[in-house]
Design a protein around this ligand. Sequence first.
Ligand SMILES: [Zn+2]
Length: 393
Amino acid sequence: MTLKPVSFEVMASEGEARAGYLRTRRGVIETPVFMPVGTLGTVKGMRFEALESPELDARVILGNTYHLWLRPGAEIIRACGGLHRFISWERALLTDSGGFQVWSLGALRRVTEDGVEFRSHIDGQCCFLSPEVSMEVQAALGADIVMAFDECAPGDASHDAARASMELTARWAARSRHRFDVMQLEMMDAGRTPAGDGFSGAQALFGIVQGAAHIDLRRESLARTIDVGFDGYAIGGLSVGEEKSVMYGVVEEIAPLMPRERPRYLMGVGTPEDLIEAVARGVDMFDCVLPTRNGRTGQVWTSHGKVNIKNARWVADTRPLDERCGCSVCRRHSRAYLRHLYVVGEMLAGILLTHHNLAFFLDTMRGVRQAIRSGNFMQFRREFLEQTRSGDE
Ligand SMILES: [Zn+2]
């Protein structure tokens, strides 16, 4: 029997929302899932023990191909046994393709049919990334889930510009698939595991749907991506400055058309509210820098909405960040203390606020899964949104 690189099973659904299991070679991921972002081989401010603890229990984290390729370099990570061994993380890893990061360099890049030439944001050196190079770097990193190399159009791209970009993404998807398959046969995957326990030893490859805000292009992109054939399908190019209603509209139209028997991943999204709204539209996987990045800038999410820890209101407030949160930060520390740490610039501030934010995101997704399984998701969604918007801190 040939095992698939990943297998996905929907166990319960309510409307378009699904709860399932994504089986990878490094364990089972319950979906819908939020994946913390570990750009440079670290989820900033978080020790791996905390990510693995029952309190957070992150089953999968992200690595960024672009950043790891520039520093420390793919060959160094390969020489250290792949990204899992390099960072000492035995659970699942997903790497992005580098396409989005290169796109965010803006004027520093030049796109051709072959790939993207750009100047490194670190030393200005000229670099070249293509579907083939991206697959080679991601094989050296050895993540369990690899993303196809895509081109992202701006959120407000015209129909013509978005079509050209979407068609390029479709051609790059086929090239990604081809190079990836050759390297899997050549066993170039540095994170390879012996197949066992019903898990495959191989990497999985996900395709990405583009097309900016144009639904007809999104549909065509999805059809062309499915034609190439992937282990999972992602919606890319959202959360890039478009109106929130545009993002929800694209997800609402596209997610239900994505293959039911494959995981659906909405890239780079979003707030807890966005996650719940996208789950309601059929999405299974998410990643976003918000909980970690905002933790470092003093912004936290709570069951009553966002709290800015810098606010003078909290100067002597002895309550936790969120009375309903069971995380170790909320069990131990007051807003007054966290505000003090932040204001005086102690590094523990970012660590503790990031910890709470990740606990809040991951716990929200636990609640989402539980609600879908017990048929209460619509009620959960309504109550969550009502409470978040109440602003009653
Ligand atoms: Zn907390």
